[in-house]
Design a protein around this ligand. Structure first.
Ligand code: RP5
Length: 174
């Protein structure tokens, strides 16, 4: 039997947090804010949390294990250095996990990239580029995933891409 929702329940459902953006440290925020900016631009409700695989392992386990039950659809996880956060998050949940390698001081994020991308078969992490571009694309990829079941979001995403295309000049300026 179909369930009839009240208008307040519909508003609540539309406002439900759909993406979790987690990062290993406050120092990752300058990178991860670019994922949140895209989610904001596309009207995707999300939450932001500092969750460290190393310093707060219990917080990570709680966060990832309860994510699907709380209604999240996608998790974007950014970390730098020995960047175990995306992989450990993916170990605790079967939601799509998008990993963003944060640019480290010592190795310019190559350590982060290799830590995130080389997952053994069986526990996938969709790994993006190092730094700002990766965070931005993680937001866009989360939008693409959500758009599979959300035609209005698909239209907003296509419009966003159209605006980007229209902003590319034909010739370079001096
Ligand atoms: C990682 O260690 C974090 O994701 C961060 O990129 C890196 C450095 O953290 P802080 O020492 O700046 O807190 O766990």
């Amino acid at each position: 039997m179909s369930q009839i929702l009240s208008s307040s329940e519909i508003i609540q459902a539309e406002d439900a947090v759909r993406v979790g953006v987690i990062m290993g440290s406050q120092s990752d925020w300058e990178t991860m804010r670019h994922a949140c900016d895209i989610l904001d631009e596309l009207g995707i409700t999300h939450e932001r949390r500092i969750v460290s695989a190393h310093r707060t392992p219990d917080r990570l386990a709680d966060y990832a294990r309860t994510a699907r039950g709380r209604g999240l659809h996608v998790i974007i996880a950014g970390a730098g250095g020995a960047a175990h956060l995306p992989g450990m998050c993916a170990a605790w949940t079967s939601l799509p996990v998008l990993g963003v390698p944060v640019e480290s001081h010592a190795l310019k994020g190559q350590d982060s990239l290799l830590s995130i991308v080389q997952m053994p078969g069986g526990i996938p992490v969709g790994t993006l580029a190092i730094g700002k571009a990766g965070a931005k694309n993680a937001g866009l990829l989360a939008a693409s995933i959500l758009s599979l079941a959300d035609a209005e979001l698909a239209a907003r995403l296509d419009a966003w891409r159209g605006t980007q295309t229209a902003a590319v000049a034909d010739v370079p300026v001096e």
